[in-house]
Design a protein around this ligand. Structure first.
Ligand code: ADP
Length: 445
């Protein structure tokens, strides 16, 4: 089976969030199952041609995905000439134009390439225009593109419904199969609270909507091998490893050395999704509880300001670093005792899975993929009241275990570190969905 996986980003070549992690780790897992899967992503100017050994053939950049043997095609270089991926996440109308331009070139690539995918796996709104064009293409046209009896099947994965909803609507209406990135989110998106105005559209497609949980790449996320952290550790040495990493991080960020629980936050500062204003609102109360907090993120100006303002006044106890910093993110996972995830909605969320591997217990709002991956009181802490009050309460609950029942805390850490969120099972589910899409798509001359 041949599949073209199309996305706005794929780590390690390009990444601003979970979409990039998935683009970098799911395709190799699918390839292991015998699928000839290849990627198409935009050719952003910040992709180092020498670094990734990019070969240009007829305007298309060709490289491999990191150290895997999955081919990557870089397209639409001129469309993105003036922007990098990190600039293309501001939600502007201009972005829609860039990605429409990208979709044109994806179609062009499929027409011209000798290698013809049978399955088109599109991710989020960025690829919507391409899906619409496929839908409009007649079998005759597809024949002209080099397809005999056409079976160009389409699958669209919804990573996040809240961006460019109108564009995404088109993709949802025409794709052969649709999936969301966790079972809970696949149900939530049928309901008014989460459907972003697409309830009717999604409900008409309900029998074609599936939920497949994202996984993480333990080649990248493993405290035993992580080159970004100073003290490596595993499930037997977590306490010592974490303590050493924690001391170093405290020194570097100007936090005082103490016995208090260290809470981390890593993520896009998107107030609509990530609960960052709720967090900013809670900082004063959290500081009163004598916990320490470190926040790493960039995003909306307002959220950046609020987080900075509320942490700056407690220099030894709270610290915000407003930037994108891969290395610091790894150090926070390795150093913090718990990770705050106050998201209003969370399609899947990778940071809780990463945190668990690092023995950092997630403290998360019980929603979407967070609900599917965290067991309250066993591998983390879940809470229902989204607002600051709920967040402060759950932190107090976690703190009581941390300080009052260290053996229970240690048991939770070990249980969390032993969880397996690798891609293997989900990759198999994707291949099943590819087969379903192929069956549905069969168009005959
Ligand atoms: P989302 O996809 O909504 O951004 P996820 O939890 O699925 O959220 O994935 C977030 C990914 O992005 C994680 O790998 C996380 O470590 C990374 N990340 C987010 N913000 C930053 C940042 N400021 N610096 C470094 N890494 C970040």
């Amino acid at each position: 089976m041949r599949c073209l996986y199309v996305a706005a980003e794929a780590a390690p070549i390009e990444k601003v969030g979970g979409l990039g992690d998935v683009g970098g780790s799911l395709p190799p897992a699918i390839k292991k199952l015998g699928v000839d899967i290849r990627l198409a992503i935009p050719w952003y100017p910040d992709i180092g041609v020498a670094k990734w050994n990019v070969r240009e053939v007829d305007g298309v950049g060709e490289t491999k995905l990191g150290d895997t043997d999955v081919p990557v095609y870089l397209l639409a270089r001129e469309v993105f000439a003036k922007t990098g991926r990190h600039k293309a996440i501001l939600g502007t109308r201009e972005e829609e134009k860039w990605f429409a331009g990208f979709c044109d070139q994806v179609i062009d690539f499929i027409k011209k390439s000798e290698w013809k995918p049978q399955v088109f796996h599109g991710n989020d709104w960025h690829v919507a225009e391409a899906l619409v064009r496929f839908e409009k293409a007649t079998p005759y046209e597809l024949g002209e593109w080099g397809y005999g009896v056409s079976n160009l099947a389409t699958l669209v994965t919804v990573h996040n419904l809240s961006y460019h909803t109108e564009v995404l609507r088109k993709a949802i209406l025409v794709a052969d199969i649709i999936n969301a990135v966790s079972p809970s989110y696949s149900r939530e998106i049928m309901t008014p609270q989460f459907c972003e105005g697409l309830c009717e559209d999604l409900q008409t497609r309900e029998s074609d909507v599936y939920g497949v949980l994202n996984g993480i790449d333990y080649g990248v996320w493993d405290p035993g091998k992580d080159t970004f952290i100073s003290h490596k550790y595993n499930v037997d040495s977590w306490r010592e490893g974490k303590e050493k990493n924690k001391s170093k991080l405290r020194r570097e960020l100007g936090l005082t050395e103490s016995d208090s629980v260290l809470l981390g936050f890593v993520g896009r500062l998107d107030p609509h999704q990530k609960g960052v204003l709720v967090l900013a609102n809670a900082i004063e109360k959290l500081v009163d509880l004598s916990v320490q907090i470190v926040v790493l993120g960039t995003g909306a100006r307002r959220a950046e300001k609020e987080i900075s303002r509320t942490t700056e006044v407690h220099p030894g106890q709270a610290r915000a670093v407003i930037k994108y910093d891969e290395s610091l993110a790894h150090q926070i996972y390795a150093s913090a005792d718990a990770l705050l995830i106050p998201s209003k909605f969370e399609p899947c969320g990778l940071i809780q899975m990463i945190a668990m591997k690092y023995g950092t217990l997630p403290i998360a709002h019980e929603v979407g993929g967070l609900r599917d991956t965290i067991e309250d009181g066993r591998t983390g802490f879940l809470y229902k009241d989204y607002y600051s009050r709920g967040l402060v309460r759950v932190v107090r609950r976690a703190q009581q275990v941390y300080q009052g029942e260290p053996e229970s805390w240690a048991e939770m850490v070990r249980a969390a570190m032993k969880k397996d969120f690798s891609w293997d099972r989900s990759a198999e589910e994707y291949v099943k969905l590819y087969r379903k899409a192929l069956e549905k798509s069969l168009k005959l001359f």
